[in-house]
Design a protein. Structure first.
Length: 312
């Protein structure tokens, strides 16, 4: 009886925190922190359902944020980030392969970590996993590392950006290249400013499209012709939202409301992601994969910051 009552109290507290994350008082880092502390103190009583809907909520939020962009802004952002995106992907994958061999990490695991860092975190890991065929433990370790470093980035990047007095444009571009997962990119950029958010979203989603050619290359590398390439279709809906907002005056009048709702959805997504970061998951990571992931993250973070501040 006591256990049942305790579970009811946990559910009530959890649902209250969900509602709180949908209010304007909660920022992206706070939402993620609330999720982590919830996982640590009471655990998520709806963990299975949360895991099922995290990616769907993120995609819906991103498409909604597309209504805050105009086509000319998106094209300009995509153009400015194209070169650095290509260079960063090739550099990270190459360095990841070299360090993976030096650290003697199993190829599937090192490849998951490298692709997750090079392109878009959990989405890239999910896309190449059916091709690489890693063990379930390798997938969980790679995801745990990526989500942990993304969580750190959500706090570190805005602080460093303000310290270096980066412009909105430069910070948005740096976020899109230097942070793995889309949720943390959008979260960090939205905390920095609206222009940074527009740049970060456009460049990041253009970067995510590289999942398709990477998956095709992976098919040949791992000689798995039976696997299917996963295409991120929601990016097409994001582009459609931009076009609608650009050419339909009636939509432009309500687009601020849509973007505000989408930001609230993003905060809820980050809260749910935070509830997946348990101490047990972090203990299972292992030192060598963590060294590889941190080395790649430092490389892409510092390297992209240097390029953005000197050449863009």
């Amino acid at each position: 009886m006591a256990s049942t009552e305790n579970n009811i109290y946990k559910k009530i507290i959890f649902l209250m925190l969900v509602v709180l994350c949908l209010t304007p008082w909660i920022s992206s880092p706070v939402a993620l922190s609330l999720g982590f502390f919830t996982s640590f103190l009471i655990r998520n009583p709806y963990q299975e359902k949360s895991n099922k809907y995290i990616h769907l909520l993120l995609k819906i939020a991103i498409v909604g944020l597309g209504f805050g962009l105009h086509l000319d802004e998106a094209l300009q952002a995509g153009k400015s980030g194209f070169g650095i995106t290509v260079i960063s992907i090739v550099a990270v994958l190459t360095l990841g392969w070299i360090l993976g061999k030096l650290l003697k990490i199993p190829t599937p695991l090192s490849y998951l970590i490298s692709t997750g860092t090079a392109i878009c975190g959990g989405s890239a890991i999910a896309a190449v996993s059916p091709i690489v065929k890693p063990s379930p433990k390798d997938i969980s370790v790679a995801l745990a590392i990526v989500f942990t470093l993304n969580s750190v980035a959500l706090f570190v990047f805005p602080a460093v950006g303000h310290w270096l007095e980066l412009s909105q444009h430069d910070f948005g571009l740096w976020c899109a290249i230097g942070i793995h997962d889309t949720s943390s990119v959008v979260g960090a950029a939205s905390k920095y400013g609206n222009e940074a958010l527009k740049i970060a979203m456009t460049v990041k989603l253009a970067r995510a499209l590289w999942i398709i050619p990477l998956s095709i290359v992976t098919l040949f590398m791992f000689k798995n012709g039976s696997a299917k390439v996963k295409i991120p279709w929601f990016i097409g809906l994001f582009v459609l939202a931009i076009l609608i907002n650009t050419y339909f005056q009636a939509v432009q009048e309500i687009s601020p409301i849509i973007t505000d709702i989408s930001k609230a959805g993003l905060h809820l997504t980050l809260f749910l992601i935070g509830t997946t970061l348990s101490v047990g998951n972090l203990k299972n990571i292992g030192i060598k994969p963590l060294v590889l992931a941190i080395a790649l993250w430092i490389f892409i973070s510092i390297g992209s910051l240097w390029v953005v501040t000197h050449y863009v």
